[in-house]
Ligand binder design. Structure first.
Ligand code: S3P
Length: 256
């Protein structure tokens, strides 16, 4: 379900991105466990985050955060939601690169502020709007650098965010790394493939007619035949690329 050799999934992003809610929805879809890093930190400290900041200071909070998250990122089959400032730690960034599929919930500063304002008092760094905006700007490059995938988190409400496709610029080029070391075939909409440009080496490619025309038994038969010719087996990976029709067909041929 998660491409490549990943043992867990981390949700990163600014305060108010919806990480905690998304983690529990995602975990129940995956049949995994959800853990909220802030809750684990509060448990380790025996008090709420606001009290850690007030009693011990931000540096003490960051130290504890680094230790707790470092441990959480060792867990398998777990969705871990990280506090908005966790990517400030070089150690956590290094751990994220090592076997964790990292998803950025990308929220605009306006939406983030609107959401955290509604929970005033819970977040020590969401008190002054101009400091909030400054932190947002400072952290953007860190989030983008740490993420394997990005989800637009502005529109999310309640429990709906889950099935937003994971996408970001450069994801296609990274596919070989994401599926490695398994063999993979790309089942793709021909028109989308043209936009992507060069073939995704070393993935072998099955080209589909654009749009809904892909969803026929004849096309599925061609795809099965091609995958069989290429020698793909059960343990290999089929990556669907395109719009809904191509990815539906890719899922169908992979599962049958
Ligand atoms: C923080 C974000 C908070 C919490 C702490 C510090 C930050 O988590 O870890 O208040 O520095 O952005 P959320 O992002 O879950 O609100």
């Amino acid at each position: 379900m998660i491409p490549g050799p990943y043992r867990n999934l981390a949700l990163i992003g600014f305060m108010g991105a919806g990480k905690t809610t998304t983690a529990s929805v995602l975990a129940s879809e995956l049949g995994w466990e959800a853990i909220d890093a802030d809750a684990a930190i509060e448990q380790a400290a025996g008090k709420p985050i606001a009290s850690i900041f007030a009693d011990d200071g931000e540096a003490a909070f960051r130290e504890l955060e680094e230790r707790v998250i470092g441990d959480l990122l060792q867990r398998i089959d777990t969705v871990i939601s990280l506090g908005g400032g966790a990517v400030g730690s070089p150690l956590i960034r290094e751990r994220l690169r090592d076997g964790t599929f990292t998803v950025l919930l990308d929220v605009s500063p306006q939406t983030a502020w609107r959401r955290v304002e509604a929970e005033a008092g819970e977040r020590p760094l969401a008190v002054d709007p101009s400091r909030f905006a400054e932190l947002y700007r400072e952290r953007q490059p860190l989030y983008r650098d740490a993420a394997d995938a990005l989800v637009d988190a502005d529109e999310m409400s309640g429990l709906e965010p889950l099935l937003v496709p994971l996408c970001r610029a450069g994801a296609v080029e990274e596919m070989p790394r994401l599926v490695h070391p398994r063999r993979a075939a790309l089942v793709a909409d021909r028109a989308v493939l043209r936009l992507v440009g060069a073939p995704v080496e070393p993935l072998v490619t099955v080209r589909l007619p654009p749009g809904e025309a892909a969803k026929t038994v004849a096309v599925a038969r061609q795809a099965w035949t091609r995958l069989a010719e290429l020698g793909l087996e059960r343990g290999d990976v089929v990556v669907g690329l395109g719009g809904g029709a191509a990815t539906d067909l890719a899922g169908f041929v992979a599962a049958t």
